[in-house]
Each structure stands twice: as structure tokens, then as C-alpha cells.
Design a protein around this ligand. Structure first.
Ligand code: DAH
Length: 343
């Protein structure tokens, strides 16, 4: 019996002897005395062995011990905190250079796209845009590619299961239909944006990429206007001395062409990019098919126009000498940081 009282007294002297000089010592102290399995808790449990007439007394001494432990704990904790603050202030070196704020940079795709847009803005093209989740009609049907048309095969895409008729646009040409159905000619727009195709991802192609679309509709717009506009672009963008138009087919233009720019074969890089031919293919173009004008409510007897659509990734690879298209989408900062100076 008196053993238990002795235990409490001993504990009290043990407490006084504790040196709580480190956070670790403080924590050990807390667990040893105040914790759920600590000494004070276990003394409380021994209460049942104390005869009834001494229970009250025992309760008081154990409580006093608990108070003592808590006070000691709080005091040591406060002291340690003050100490930590003081040493932090002492270590503060006001002459040290500041932490550098990491500076963001534009993505190479944005840089390339902005350059294209700027070049066309200078000759009066305004920026337009349209949705990436698009209705079948704007992406295909209005652009003279009705359902079951074989040209749809070349542009398989992702369809929205819960919304019949909705898909991820396969090209920025949907913006042509969006603009022509809502505005009257003259129309002179440039439409940069993201597009999607159901394609296997490799070093040269991706299921998600970027295009810039152009559209010019007015009275008397001719193929010669298109050619001169695109030559101007090739000169500004690549410093190319000449372009080449090869006959091609697109459902929404008639006649249609693909345009190559002359980079030459003087450097190894140009040889690689042009596969040794000196010509880099960058866009599709043509005179807007009268059927497309009619689909969008524009009188094809009064108006004519040209359109073009170009991929951005290939131009970015060429401009920045990037070897693999996937690098453009991984967003590894070590790669992206290199473009800070190209803002
Ligand atoms: N939309 C075509 C594609 O993604 C590119 C294109 C070709 C756009 C000719 C045009 C055009 O506006 O006239 O392959």
C-alpha cells in the first residue's frame, strides 16, 4: 500500500531531474509520463488497490503529480520554441541574395503559333476561334464531307459517347463554317487551335496537335491572291525565297493544293527536314468550294475565297530543331526552359 505512495513521490523527484533540452527529450517525456500508456495513467489505474479511506488522498497526490508534469512539459516546450526562433533570426543573413523566382516561358507551340498569327495580322487577318468539342456538321458536313464520304476515313477521331453527333474536331476548318454561318463577307480570319485524330503516337505524329486555319472571302478573290498571300507568309516565317503548289484534294476546296516552302539543302538540318529534297510541306489550301459557301448561307455567285490550313508542330520542330514531336507534349521543364529567351 504505502508502496504506491512511495512510487508517486519517487516519480515526482524523477520529474524534477528531467532535462528537457531537445524536442526529442520533450517527446520522450510526454510519452513516459503523460501518454496513454504513461506513468500517470498507470498510477491512476492502481487506485482500485488503495483502501477506500485513502483513495481521496491518493487521488490528490496523483493529480498533483500530473499538474507538475504538465507544467514542466509546457514550460520546456515554450523554451524550446523561443530558442528555435532566436536561432532562426541569428541565421538570417540580410546580405544574402534572394531566392530566384522561376520565370515561366512560352511553350514552343505557342511561340510558333503566335508568329504565324502575327504575320497574318499584319495583312488584315483577324483571329477567330471555335470549339474543340464540335458538332459533326461544322467539322465535316458543312465542309462538304457528308456522312459516309470516304474522306472521313482520313480523319478518324474521338466521338463523345453520351452526345450523339459530337466529336473532337479533326481540323481547325470547323472555324470556317462557324464564321461563315454567322458573319457576312468580306471575311478575313486566321484561326489557331488544337485538333485531334485517332492516331498512333510516334516521333512524327500525335493524336493531339495544333493547326492554324485561314479564310478569305470577298467578291473577286482569286487563286493568284492566295498564292501571293502564301508566298508572303513563307518569306516572313522561314525567309524562304520561293514556294511550290502541288495539286491535291480536299473536299472543301476546288481546286486544292499542298504548299511546300523552299528551305534548300545547304545545311544538314534542312536536308534532314526536307528529306533531302529542299522542300518542306507545310499546308493544304485551295479555293473554297462553292458548295461550302452555299452550305453556310453565302451566295457563291457573288462571293469567292480561298482557305488554307497548316500544322504547327512540324514548323515548331523545324524552328527550334526539336527531334521528336512527343517532346512537345511531355512538358518536361528541362526541355521547356530552353525557350525562355524566345518569349
Ligand atoms: N483541314 C485540312 C487538314 O486538316 C487542311 C486544309 C486543307 C485546310 C485545305 C484548308 C484547306 O482550309 O483549304 O488536313
Amino acid at each position: 500500500m504505502s508502496d504506491i505512495f512511495t512510487k508517486v513521490r519517487e516519480a515526482s523527484s524523477a520529474l524534477e531531474a528531467e532535462q528537457l533540452l531537445t524536442p526529442q527529450a520533450l517527446e520522450t517525456f510526454r510519452i513516459r509520463y503523460l501518454g496513454a500508456k504513461g506513468l500517470i495513467k498507470s498510477l491512476m489505474e492502481e487506485m482500485r488497490d488503495v483502501p477506500n479511506e485513502r483513495k481521496r488522498e491518493f487521488g490528490q497526490v496523483v493529480n498533483a503529480l500530473k499538474q507538475q508534469a504538465e507544467t514542466q512539459f509546457q514550460a520546456a516546450k515554450a523554451a524550446l520554441e523561443t530558442q528555435a526562433e532566436q536561432s532562426a533570426t541569428e541565421q538570417l543573413d540580410l546580405t544574402a541574395p534572394g531566392e530566384p523566382l522561376p520565370l515561366g516561358s512560352r511553350h514552343p507551340i505557342s511561340i510558333t503559333m503566335n508568329r504565324v498569327v502575327d504575320i497574318f495580322k499584319r495583312i488584315g487577318f483577324a483571329v477567330a476561334d471555335g470549339p474543340e468539342i464540335e458538332h459533326d456538321w461544322y467539322n465535316f458536313t458543312a465542309m462538304n464531307t457528308p456522312e459516309d464520304h470516304p474522306a472521313r476515313d482520313m480523319q478518324d477521331t474521338f466521338y463523345v459517347v453520351d452526345a450523339p453527333g459530337m466529336l473532337l474536331r479533326t481540323h481547325t476548318s470547323n472555324v470556317q463554317a462557324r464564321v461563315m454561318t454567322t458573319r457576312k463577307p468580306p471575311i478575313r480570319i486566321i484561326a489557331p487551335g488544337r485538333v485531334y485524330r485517332n492516331e498512333t503516337i510516334s516521333a512524327r505524329s500525335h493524336a493531339q496537335f495544333h493547326q492554324v486555319e485561314g479564310l478569305y472571302i470577298d467578291e473577286g478573290v482569286s487563286f493568284a491572291d492566295m498564292k501571293q498571300t502564301l508566298l508572303y507568309f513563307a518569306r516572313e516565317m522561314f525567309g524562304a525565297p520561293k514556294i511550290r503548289l502541288r495539286p491535291s484534294f480536299f473536299p472543301f476546296t476546288e481546286p486544292s493544293a499542298e504548299m511546300d516552302v523552299w528551305l534548300g539543302t545547304d545545311t544538314e538540318e534542312n536536308c534532314r527536314l526536307t528529306k533531302g529534297t529542299g522542300w518542306l510541306e507545310i499546308l493544304g489550301c485551295g479555293m473554297v468550294d462553292p458548295q461550302v459557301l452555299e452550305n453556310c448561307g453565302i451566295d457563291s455567285r457573288q462571293y469567292s475565297g480561298f482557305a488554307f490550313g497548316m500544322g504547327i508542330e512540324r514548323q515548331a520542330l523545324r524552328l527550334f530543331n526539336i527531334p521528336d514531336i512527343r517532346l512537345l507534349f511531355e512538358n518536361d521543364v528541362r526541355m521547356l526552359q530552353q525557350f525562355i529567351s524566345s518569349l
